[in-house]
Design a protein around this ligand. Sequence first.
Ligand code: SF4
Length: 927
Amino acid sequence: MGIQRRTFLKMLAGTTVTAASIKAFGLSGINLKVVNDPYAYPPEYRGWEDLYRDEWTWDSVTRSTHGVNCTGSCSWKVFVRNGLILREEQAADYPDIDPALPSINPRGCNKGACYAAEYVNGDRRIKYPLKRVGARGAGLWQRISWDQALTEIADQVIANIQSDGPDSLTFFTPIPAMSPVSFSSGVRLAHLLGGVVCSFYDWYCDLPPGSPITLGEQTDVAESTDWVNSRYMILWGSNPVQTRIPDAHFVTEAKYNGCKVLAIFPDFASSSIRADRWLSVEPGTDAALALAICQHLITTSQYDAAYLQEQTDMPFLVRTDTGEYLREADVVAGGAADRFYVWSGGQLEPAPNADLNLGSLSPDLSVSEVVDLDGGGTATIETVFDRLTARLNANHTAAQAAGITGVGAAVITEIANEIGAAGTSSGGRVMIMHGAGTNHWYHNDLNNRAMLLMLSLLGAIGKNGGGFNHYVGQEKIWPVNGLKALSFPQGGAHQRFQNTTLWTHVHAELSDQPTGLSQTTRGYMFDSVANGWMPLYPEGALGTDKAAYVSNGVPHRDPKMMFIWRANWFNQAKGNNYIEQSLYPKLNMIVDLNFQMDTTAFYADIVLPSASHYEKHDINTTDMHSFCHPFNPAIPPMFESKTDWQIFQALAAKIQERAGGYTYPDPKWPGGTRDLSTLQNDFTNNGAIAADIDATQFLLDNAPETAGMTMAGITVQPQRFNNTTTWTSNLEAGRPYTAFLKNTEDKELYHTLTGRQQYLIEHAWFVEAGEELPTYKPPVTAAGEEGFPLLYNTPHGRWAIHSTWRNAKQMLRLNRGGPICYMHPTDMTTRGLADDDWVRMHNNHGQVIVRVKEMKSEKAGRVTMYHSWERYVGIKGQMANFNSVTGIRIKPTQLAGGYGQLHFALNYWGPTGVQRDTRVEVEKYNG
Ligand code: SF4
């Protein structure tokens, strides 16, 4: 029986619902209630219906994107009606690199699709300047005017410069690639004031330190399209199905193209289902596995000897008496200390030092000879390859690795043979997709170096379809020279840069740690700063009395003020409780620019409302693809918000006004004197870059990768970058980008001491640690964490990008709606825990109380809490978060300097913010 919905409703709205009618509609047994006909409502109450009738009408469509350090860099269309953003949709119009390759369209993810609903129009939006009126973190705020906010901040800036110097001003903003103009806004002001700009790539432990150690590069990787060129892909600590949603399809497409995929995770991570095979390793033992594969490849001669001869230091000669490279200075009077030797044709030959071309040389990979030394005497020489092989044979056989990794020796050799065959048959098209899972360990550099070694043996670095593709963080700002020009108008030499891990460790007064070496952590920190290897601000913070600092850990000078923008620094900071207890009290003002009330804003003193991603001009770039595309304002900044560029410009103007012509000496500045009377004009280049769009165009104009591009042009359609002079490969038409082609194809030297992929590091601290060559060391248990049995794992998940969307209703509905940890059933049973119980996760650093979820695919002995829950989201009993149980550990070798490629540079070299060795206990919470 057919019936119209309207008729049905009218019948139900009648005065009597008879038993017959109920029976006639097959509704017997249902307790029906009569409701009013909504269509009978007066028209003035039915306006909501128009929303649906007009769903597919709009006033404007604007191209924009999201700057959340997701690495997606997806271009979106933003639909506006009546001045409000209604919805967003993937633009899906990236040009093809090569029509024969899979398209990168459409790009997008579940989070991006609800950005407008959650953050532009969401209820956490910060509408006005706010001033804290209660204790930090109490959530008590007063609405103030922009003028009052800028005046109070400007006065505090000037007062701090006068009392403590400009290096007491600290500026933190991460990841320029996600919105470089916003990045540059505060950094440019810091530059003009003499403030300290903090690192982020190392602090967030995105930096793979093995890359600068071995390759002399921070990181460079293949764009995701290149994955389809691979013949053997290892997902090692990277879980693309969850964390690279717009790019994960390339893994499947690589398989269609004949690639074998191996997943190496302790747990059955969700990407494992896309792999041909999954190896469950013990957490933190990846280097042991990689080195055993290397040992088997060498033993069975499954390596690319020609590649090793040309691209690596493997044939370089080493003195057996010193363990150091044989140098020209050793054998020639007045010889150079940076000229090295190989053995070729039965004699000593200088290694080429203009480029990697070997010419007529054919360096031996194995040598045992004696050479005459300048000044008399002799030295026995061998090669790096000899020393490495001896170490691998002694310590890193498959049988030895089996006992460490939990992977059987037969499986290791089987896998090694597979990888060796794939490398040999494909000319090195073997890639490791590397991620935070293996990079967040204390010995992350050893993990990196072991994996790099495996790839070097296969000739896989600097090959399409091959390489060490480390995808953690949206680090690749393709037009980097434009960024520098905008951020540091007087050049980087006049900017104070700071490694954030070291700065936070010192000023939050983290406990000292034994290292198993000759000094404790503080001893190495003091020496590194005293040697000038690592900067530490404010200058003189550690004093001159090493013994006093090592014993009490109290700095001599404190930072006074902190600016944070485009970041949830406090929430994401390891050692969260130490920062709250020891660092924050030293800061007389914390200023946060934000579009939402996140944890950092919650604990700030003044919060300035910043424009959302759909309300400003900027660009967005990523290592995952090679296209430039913009942010554009779909609507003007809502409420009283302003763009970051406008906020810092307004602050520059206010500081100039309040400073009244104040000048101060600063040796870091050209001429030695800073003059605040011209600050606003200095900020805007005399007005030329006052507008956001002009600042963006300035950035594009000042980089070879974007020269000739216009904001209007990239708004019409994303454009592929120009050929690059900045990165490690040229960008060629029709060819996916992969790293280090300038070395393998153009034969350029690597930026290392030897000009080669360098596996021998002679630095005294590496030698002391026994890490002069790749090796394996187990996870470390920090002092104070002994007795806490569970490893604490904090990976990236699919329902948030860091802390963004962690508080988003639409994402929370896709999981349990609040902070949870995941445990193996065995670990739960031994603790008397049932699924969904409240549990107290705790150690010597603090505690966090969340619900537990049973996860059969979790590794026993480990508890996982996807990272970045805000302090205020559903955590029971206290303001706490996933970082309440972390400290800060610094590995001494990552403080080293004064050696070839080991020199401090922002985000290139410095201690990383490791946390995956952390240990906790979990117990039922009955509070
Ligand atoms: Fe793409 Fe990132 Fe936006 Fe998701 S959040 S749609 S990955 S840009």
